[in-house]
Design a protein around this ligand. Sequence first.
Ligand code: 3PG
Length: 307
Amino acid sequence: MTKILVATVKPFIPEAVEKIEKIASDAGYEFVLLEKYADQGEFIDAVADVDALIIRSDKATREVIEAAKNLKIIVRAGAGYDNIDLEAATEKGVVAMNTPGQNSNAVAELALGMMVYWVRNGFNGKAGTELKGKKLGLHAYGNVGKLIAGIAKGFGMEIFAFDPFIPKDVIEGDDVVCIESAEELYSTCNFVSLNIPATAETKASINYELLTKMPEPAVLVNTARKEVVHEDDLLRVFADREDFSYITDIAPDCKDEIAEKYPGRFFFTPKKMGAQTAEANINAGVAAMTQIIGFLENGDKTFQVNK
Ligand code: 3PG
């Protein structure tokens, strides 16, 4: 019997799990759930005889992939797949997929929510500022960037986007100003939202040169990945610019130093929660299971990321 494992250190809500399980059992598959596992060893043991795997930010390392002798497909229920060893997957003939767009609205709402929280001083009762009329730069205009633009427009923000992979007319079609370089985006906007994936090219790419270009007061908003920000440069910018603040859903490794030296200039969610909504869990989980069936039954490789 085809065996499906959902392995999530950070579990889906129960309703999402029930829906995934129902789709799996209707297809005649065995369904196994491993949640909140204590260590990577438990994950590795659980994959031994599975045919398909659904994960979130769980680390599908080479060790995991090699231990899963029957594995045919891994689906990352979410957008970023930097947690899958794609080389190992390809070598073992395992198809890796993500579920693009399924949790994007939750992430976009969090980005705007953090911005409102920030300009209103954490809702402490003191006079803050408004987002209306402020310039927001979207560093990448994929699913999340596009949704942030839509919401930010409701706030009356001026919106700019830089994304070399999205045609200019698509960006301009949304009434967003298309910017030709990252440098120009950072020089233009007081708020910059990072919506880029973590890849070999983007890791540590948000550096001193870019951040020091931002006009005062500068707010960097990160709902993407901590790895895209160059942390030594981030600390330099904190030291050089009193107007600079950093609000992020993924606390940097240097979070204790920032907390100690720059109180009142940062906000870090206690745990990555961009995709933590009922809707996002259900949409991404159901899409992942449906994609597995499409692949196992019909060879459908839409959304494969290790081509
Ligand atoms: C994603 O890449 O889809 C988001 O970062 C969400 O990750 P999560 O499923 O681990 O919350």
